[in-house]
Design a binder for this molecule. Structure first.
Ligand code: PLP
Length: 308
C-alpha cells in the first residue's frame, strides 16, 4: 500500500506509518479522537462537504469553522486557534475544483505556523480524466498532513477499507485510538488488498474503472449539453460526481422533486452545506451509482428532470 500510494499519489509513506481503517469515515473519527485527546476544540472544514463528516467531528465534541471555497479551492482563513483542517485538495467535494498551488502553500503555511493538522481526504484522487492527477498535498509536508485514502471509489464502498498515512509524531495516538475502537481492521481484508496490489490487479482495476467513469462523465456532459443547454457542468473532469448548475429561474427543490418523481436519487448542492449557499442552485450527480444496464435510462430521466 505504501508503494502504491507513493507511485500513484506521490504520498511519502513509510509502511510503519500507515494505519488501515474502516474507510475514510473511521479515519476521520480516529483523527478527531486524537485531536480531542490533545485538547483541541475546533476543526476547520470546507464550506461544502459531506454532512456525515461534520456529524463525526461534532460527535467528538469539536466545534467547526467553515472555510470558504472558491475556484482555487478552500481559502484558509478564520482558522486562529483551530487544531485541524479537513480538506479535499485533489477534487473538492462536491464543488469539483482543485486546490491551487498558491492555496496549497497557504494551507501548509497555516499548519507549520500554528501546529495545526491537515487531514487530506483523497477520496477519488486516482480518477482524473483530462490530465495526470495532482499529487498528494501530504508530499509537501508529511509531518503536518495526514493523508487519508479509501477503496470506496476504486473498489466498492461496502468493503469499508481505507488508510491513513500518519505523521510520525501522531502515530502512537492514532494506533491507540484504533486499538480502542476495533483493535485492527480485518486481516483477511488487508491481506486480500495487499495481494490485489502486489499482483497488479489493483492497478488494472483502477485503469478499468477510470475508463468506465470517464465514459460515463463524457456521456453525461454531452447528453445534458444537448438536452439542457442552460445547465452548466462545472468542476474538473474527475471523480464520480459532477456539479450541474441550474439555469436562472430553476430551484434545486423544483428539479429534485422532478427527479424524485422519476425515481432518481440526486442531491441539491444545499444538502452539502449548513448555511444558505450563495452559489448558483446546482445538482450533485453521482454518475458512478447506476448499474451499467440502467445508465442510459438514468441519463434520460435526468435530462427530463432538467428540461421543461
Ligand atoms: C468527500 C468524501 N470523502 C470520503 C469518502 C469515502 O468515505 P469512506 O471511505 O468512509 O467510504 C466519500 C465517499 O465515498 C466522499 O464523498
Amino acid at each position: 500500500l505504501a508503494g502504491y500510494l507513493a507511485r500513484a499519489r506521490g504520498v511519502l509513506a513509510d509502511p510503519e506509518r500507515i494505519v488501515v481503517c474502516s474507510g475514510f469515515t473511521q479515519g476521520l473519527a480516529l483523527i478527531c479522537q486524537v485531536l480531542r485527546g490533545r485538547g483541541e476544540m475546533t476543526v476547520g472544514v470546507e464550506e461544502f462537504g459531506v454532512m456525515d463528516h461534520r456529524r463525526i467531528i461534532d460527535g467528538f465534541g469539536l466545534a467547526m469553522v467553515s472555510v470558504p471555497v472558491d475556484d482555487a479551492g478552500a481559502r484558509p482563513e478564520g482558522l486562529d486557534g483551530t487544531g485541524g483542517l479537513v480538506l479535499t485538495p485533489a477534487h473538492q467535494f462536491p464543488i469539483g475544483v482543485v486546490l491551487s498551488p498558491g492555496r496549497r502553500s497557504q494551507v501548509i503555511e497555516w499548519a507549520s505556523g500554528t501546529g495545526g493538522l491537515i487531514v487530506e481526504d483523497d477520496y477519488d484522487g486516482e480518477f482524473r480524466y483530462d490530465r495526470q492527477p495532482v499529487g498528494a498535498l501530504q508530499a509537501l509536508a508529511p509531518d503536518l498532513v495526514v493523508f487519508a485514502g479509501t477503496a470506496s471509489k476504486s473498489l466498492a464502498p461496502g468493503l469499508r477499507l481505507g488508510w491513513l498515512a500518519v505523521p510520525a509524531a501522531l502515530l502512537d495516538e492514532v494506533v491507540a485510538a484504533k486499538t480502542i475502537v476495533d483493535r485492527h481492521s480485518a486481516n483477511l481484508d488487508q491481506l486480500t488488498l495487499a495481494e490485489l496490489i502486489t499482483s497488479g490487479g489493483y492497478d488494472r482495476q483502477i485503469r478499468r474503472a477510470r475508463l468506465v467513469y470517464r465514459r460515463r462523465r463524457d456521456r453525461l456532459v454531452s447528453e445534458i449539453g444537448r438536452t439542457s443547454p442552460g445547465v452548466r457542468i462545472t468542476g474538473i473532469a474527475a471523480g464520480l460526481h459532477a456539479l450541474l448548475e441550474l439555469p436562472t429561474g430553476r430551484t434545486e427543490r423544483d428539479v429534485l422533486e422532478r427527479a424524485a418523481a422519476r425515481g432518481l436519487a440526486v442531491d441539491g448542492l444545499g444538502e452539502y452545506t449548513t448555511s444558505e449557499h450563495r452559489r448558483r442552485p446546482a445538482l450533485v450527480v453521482g454518475y458512478g451509482t447506476p448499474p451499467q444496464h440502467s445508465f442510459t435510462a438514468a441519463l434520460a430521466r435526468l435530462s427530463a428532470s432538467l428540461s421543461g
